[in-house]
Design a protein. Structure first.
Length: 272
């Protein structure tokens, strides 16, 4: 009987979600759900409430959660700043040196914020796993209303005075009829809006950085997108030749392979 109980316990136990690997936000949410459900059952019987709550707590202890899919749902829908409350060793907020004469170097800022790190298999920089997950969580929950409110915050204008319109292949933000921001696509704007939320929680003085320099950091971060913010699929990096009356220029272009949405375009001559 004892061995059967141990086998049953072992089959139910999920080490990836318990012990040192326990997801604290998941546990908190599931205990609250267990309390609410038990309270409802308590209307019929107090003993049923006690027994059900004890059973629910046992399941959470053994499996890490009560509601199926909780770890995935928590990572996806909880804001990064909420998830960081539960970190065992939260990283201190990065402080940008604001007194430099040459302006901010996006790569330096992004490394300081933990967004970029050396690639494991190449002499280059890559998105850190933690930052990528936080960034894409924000991308997934960014809708048009959220995007417009955040763009207003980014540009330092009241949302009531801001309008965002599609013009040709670009998305342009206007404040009282004056152009205040431009993105090469809606997807690029969503990527910047989501990154704004994540970086705001990681950089102590992010709000004190001039708008133009913040925009430069966000544009620099967009280079590292490897999945389209809206139509999913991979991101393709190509070159494009543009002809003018007297010369031609090569541009480095990043776009979504599935829907063709552009994420950034840059004069190739300016790329180191």
């Amino acid at each position: 009987m004892k061995m059967e109980s141990q086998r049953l316990f072992g089959s139910l136990r999920q080490p990836e979600y318990t012990g040192e690997n326990r997801c604290v936000p998941c546990t908190v949410v599931n205990v609250l759900i267990a309390a609410v459900v038990s309270g409802i059952l308590g209307v019929a019987s107090v003993s049923l409430m006690v027994v059900s709550f004890a059973l629910f707590l046992g399941i959470i202890y053994v499996r890490g959660y009560l509601v199926p899919g909780t770890p995935t749902l928590t990572r996806r829908y909880f804001p990064d700043r909420v998830l960081r409350w539960f970190d065992k060793d939260p990283a201190p907020a990065y402080a940008i040196p604001l007194d430099g004469e040459d302006g901010l170097d996006p790569e330096t800022v992004l490394q300081g914020a933990g967004a970029l790190e050396p690639c494991p298999d190449a002499d280059d920089l890559c998105l850190s796993t933690e930052f990528r997950e936080a960034w894409y969580r924000e991308i997934d929950r960014t809708d048009e209303t959220t995007a417009e409110q955040t763009v207003a915050e980014m540009l330092g204008v009241p949302a009531s005075r801001l309008s965002i319109r599609r013009e040709a292949r670009s998305y342009v933000a206007y404040a009282d009829g004056e152009k205040v921001g431009t993105w090469v696509s809606y997807e690029a704007m969503v990527a910047d809006v989501a990154a704004q939320h994540v970086l705001r929680d990681r950089i102590a003085d992010w709000g004190d950085v001039p708008v133009e320099e913040r925009s430069g950091v966000l544009r620099g971060l967009r280079v590292y997108l490897d999945q389209c913010p809206r139509c999913d699929g991979s991101v393709a990096l190509t070159t494009e030749t543009r002809e003018s009356c007297c010369r031609s220029r090569e541009y480095l272009v990043s776009e979504c392979a599935n829907c063709g949405a552009r994420l950034f375009e840059m004069n190739a001559a300016k790329v180191e």
